[in-house]
Design a protein around this ligand. Structure first.
Ligand code: ASP
Length: 379
């Protein structure tokens, strides 16, 4: 990883000192939808769809789930649903949770295989069982009983990336280093050898895909979509859905399906969700923390930044260690004020641009906005 420096002034004064932090509250009149940004305009499309459904009179939960279904079904987004990057065995395992404000109910699934739209299964757990969460084998059986079709979720692109990762774990002599973690990133020589082997196996694979595959092998990526909606009546719902951390140990469940961690909504206050390193979010119970901060009077952006400061505190504000972590919160308050906030202004890898989120207000085009952030990377 390239060396990153940190704006000292920001370290001393905190986020309020950062010039990029918008000072004006992002206030919109309901209806409002907020989501993570996602590849291929996924967040913008998600928010537009959710808005369309609310405007047609649909429930807020119908709206957010239809919104994230676009991303779950898009094979080009390799962090959510179909086409997601798999676990270390090459199997895609999906996590999702949803909450419905008016009924104050929620549902979740963890480590669900073979079903393209885990958010829909989470919703049925909420509506048709008296449980909150189903995982693994039981979740799949439940989904099939409820009429979901089983599919292979591993696309060729994701398979290429997985094989690149597996091959990256061998040392130059061909010994596997697969086990309790890597000591050092593989060399440039190793990179060339791995990508040559992959190209022989998949002659059609583009240079762009191979470059991404290598980057993802070395820095296992995250990715998720979180979406929160507020309608004109003040009703709210939220959903989070993901394929989680690439190359995870089978059965690893992140923050996304943990109600209170990757998602929380209180109809009296607002909702929040997260994307990024789920383990670090869980150590601050992030989404719940954000909503409770808003209940105590913080604006959404301050509520999110406070949760991020708790993550930083867990590392004694050691920026070298924090540099490897990407974490984002999204919040929408019941009056329509909203925010996206990131630990860093840019992601640790593949950061073509700064941290952003998507938002759609009634009467305006769905769009991306810059997130506020805690720390500034100079890559
Ligand atoms: N939060 C998700 C997880 O840890 C992944 C992500 O959003 O990047 O599973």
């Amino acid at each position: 990883m390239k060396i990153m420096t940190f704006t000292r002034r920001a370290a001393i004064l905190g986020a309020a000192a950062l010039p990029m932090v918008r000072r004006a509250a992002a206030q919109a009149r309901p209806p409002v939808v907020v989501s993570s940004a996602n590849r291929n305009n996924g967040g913008v499309n998600c928010c537009a769809k959710a808005m369309e459904i609310m405007k047609a009179g649909g429930d807020t939960l119908d709206a957010v789930i239809a919104g994230v279904n676009i991303v779950e079904l898009d094979p080009r987004d390799n962090s959510v649903g179909y086409g997601g990057l798999p676990n270390e065995d090459g199997v895609v395992e999906l996590d999702s949770s949803c909450m419905h404000g008016p009924s104050r109910r929620g549902g979740a699934v963890g480590a669900l295989r073979n079903i393209k739209t885990p958010s829909k299964v989470a919703r049925i757990v909420m509506e048709q069982t008296d449980h909150m969460m189903l995982v693994g084998e039981g979740a799949l059986r439940f989904a099939k009983d409820m009429g979901f079709q089983e599919d292979n979720l591993l696309t060729e692109e994701s398979r290429i990336q997985w094989l690149t990762w597996k091959k990256s774990l061998r040392d130059p002599a061909g010994h596997t280093n697969w086990g309790p973690g890597l000591d050092a990133p593989p060399s440039e020589q190793r990179k060339a050898a791995v990508l040559r082997e992959i190209k022989e196996m998949f002659p059609q694979a583009s240079d762009e895909l191979l470059a991404e595959a290598w980057e993802n092998a070395i820095h296992p990526p995250h990715g998720t979509i979180n979406c929160i909606a507020l309608n004109e009546k003040g009703e709210m719902s939220a959903v989070t859905t993901t394929s989680g951390l690439a190359w995870k140990i089978p059965g690893r469940v992140g923050d996304s399906p943990i109600i209170g961690g990757g998602l929380w909504l209180d109809q009296d206050v607002g909702g929040a969700g997260s994307t990024g390193r789920g383990e670090e979010n869980l150590r601050v119970c992030g989404a719940h923390t954000v909503v409770e901060n808003m209940r105590r009077g913080m604006a959404p952006k301050d509520a999110c930044l406070d949760a991020l400061k708790r993550v930083s505190r867990n590392f004694n504000d050691d920026l070298k260690r924090l540099a490897a972590i990407d974490l984002n919160f999204y919040a929408l308050r019941k009056d329509g004020e909203y925010a996206g906030a990131a630990l860093w202004n840019k992601a640790s890898v593949n950061a073509a641009r700064g941290a952003q989120f998507a938002v759609c207000e009634g009467g305006r085009e769905s769009r991306q906005e810059n997130s506020v952030y805690l720390y500034e990377r100079k890559i």
